[in-house]
Design a protein around this ligand. Structure first.
Ligand SMILES: Cc1cc2nc3c(=O)[nH]c(=O)nc-3n(C[C@H](O)[C@H](O)[C@H](O)COP(=O)(O)OP(=O)(O)OC[C@H]3O[C@@H](n4cnc5c(N)ncnc54)[C@H](O)[C@@H]3O)c2cc1C
Length: 443
């Protein structure tokens, strides 16, 4: 890595050995699914890779909702990005936040905590910075309705949910008790559906008989969406089945409902005030602000339009992969899911490896959809893969097996499997602690 220090540290000559100068420098921004797949695909290439992430860990986001609902602990679905260095000699990991990109000078400005600002040079740049929750122009909602994207978010949500039951138990005001026991989720995509079902089971099974004054099973869990139906990325028949399952679990689903306001008392939806102490935002996402720094064309969600080789028109040595990229295939957008991010990251890695070897680019990127799944509480999942549609217990077993196999490291797999088995048999959840520091932020 050639690093030019600009602020906190004195200027130093980088160690310019011949081997270093011979090698092309690849900067990868983001240690999510796409960034890691790109790094791995470059394992045998004669390049120097620097993988930059502002977090020191990779998160298996599909199971974040289980951290938010006390099934799993944060460490069970995350893995340190740095451990990649042990497995890949041409890779360095840098804990830093990207602050600016200049594709003219081929440099990226980063801020390293405790060190200061650095300027990094590159020959190839891969942006895999993902998405973050979007409040559709109402950023003021964020204070009252956390989204679910990071381990911090998951812990915040878990604290709010568990604290709501505690506050409902301790108050003698019936109205306030009802407000504490009302959970509103805004957005009925897979995250909203999975989270709502899991809160319902937490309330009706895990917390049963844990309180004297309240019956957690009488909680209201409302899932609101502005669209015509829940899970719009699935077929109508599966969406209907998931809605029926949610209703069996006690979740009240309302579609075609626009949330107009979120504040410290709850939400206003379709003109009606719904008092609630726990509002969760599972509605929209927009691309990382890093994309804006590229100065390339973006869609409404801030994702970069990429070409057939995942590069941007202004700079063919700059690639965008994963959720932060937008492209269509056969007239349909490539979805923002983990498998698309992995395929794109791997593809970009191979393109760079080819270019470094002086070879021509192979075939353009083509997304292979292996199917989409969503889980709706214990024993029920839906699966859509091509013309295949299935739902129910067997699909849920497939979902569980696939998720265990996809976890980032062996110890995650072992620990999640053990937690699930215990939770399945006992109905209990192991992460019900409210840490003292986080309690004050819950209301
Ligand atoms: C709650 C939830 C549930 C999901 N469930 C599923 C599911 O069941 N199945 C499925 O296929 N997909 C699911 N997804 C979507 C899937 O997780 C994403 O499609 C996938 O993570 C995208 O990968 P990525 O590499 O593009 O971005 P990410 O995995 O989001 O990684 C982006 C990385 O970039 C880093 N970063 C961002 N900005 C900066 C910066 N300025 N400087 C340094 N680093 C930065 C971040 O820290 C992060 O590590 C889910 C997503 C969420 C949030």
């Amino acid at each position: 890595m050639t690093t030019v220090l600009t602020e906190s540290l004195p200027q130093e000559e980088p160690p310019a050995t011949k081997a270093v100068l011979d090698k092309k420098r690849v900067l990868i921004v983001g240690g999510g699914f796409a960034g890691i797949a790109a790094a791995r695909a470059l394992k045998r290439a004669n390049v120097e890779i620097t993988l930059i992430d502002r977090r020191n860990h990779h998160i298996f986001q599909p199971l974040l909702y289980q951290v938010a609902t006390a099934v799993l602990a944060p460490s069970e679905i995350a893995a340190p990005i740095r451990q990649l260095e042990a497995k890949q000699k041409n890779l360095s990991v840098l804990l830093a936040e990207v602050k600016g990109i200049n594709s003219g000078t081929r440099t990226v400005d980063v801020y390293c905590p405790g060190i200061g600002s650095l300027k990094l040079e590159y020959d190839f740049l891969v942006i895999a910075a993902g998405m973050h929750p979007s409040y559709f122009g109402h950023d003021e909602f964020a204070r009252f309705a956390p989204g679910l994207k990071s381990l911090n978010d998951a812990e915040t949500i878990r604290t709010r949910i568990l604290s709501a039951f505690e506050l409902a138990e301790s108050t003698d005001d019936e109205k306030e008790r009802a407000r504490q026991m009302t959970f509103v989720l805004v957005g009925a995509g897979p995250t909203g559906v999975e989270l709502a079902a899991s809160i319902a089971q937490l309330a009706s099974v895990t917390l049963r008989n844990n309180f004297r004054k309240i019956d957690p099973a009488k909680s209201r869990i409302l899932l609101l969406d502005g669209g015509a139906r829940i899970l719009p990325t699935f077929s109508e028949s599966l969406s209907r089945k998931a809605a029926r399952r949610l209703s069996k679990l006690g979740v009240e689903v309302s579609t075609g409902v626009k949330v107009e306001k979120v504040d410290d008392q709850g939400v206003i939806a379709a003109g009606n005030r719904i008092p609630s102490a726990t509002v969760l935002w599972t509605a929209g996402v927009s691309a990382s602000p890093v994309i804006k720094m590229l100065g390339t064309k973006m869609d409404r969600a801030g994702r970069a339009f990429v070409g057939a080789f995942m590069d941007i028109p202004e700079a063919p040595n700059v690639f965008v992969a994963g959720d932060a990229a937008t492209m269509t295939q056969d007239g349909n957008p490539v979805p923002g899911v983990a498998q698309a991010a992995i395929q794109q990251g791997r593809f970009v890695g191979h393109v760079i490896a080819n270019r470094v070897r002086g070879r021509k680019d192979g075939r353009p990127f083509r997304y292979r959809n292996k199917g989409n799944m969503a889980v709706v509480g214990k024993n029920f999942a839906i699966l859509e893969s091509g013309h295949l549609r299935s739902s129910g217990f067997l699909t849920w077993l497939v979902w569980a097996a696939l998720h265990i196999l996809s976890l980032p490291q062996l110890q995650n797999r072992f620990r999640v499997q053990t937690q699930w088995l215990w939770s399945y048999l006992s109905g209990q959840r192991s992460s019900r602690l409210i840490s003292e520091g986080s309690r004050s932020s819950a209301s």
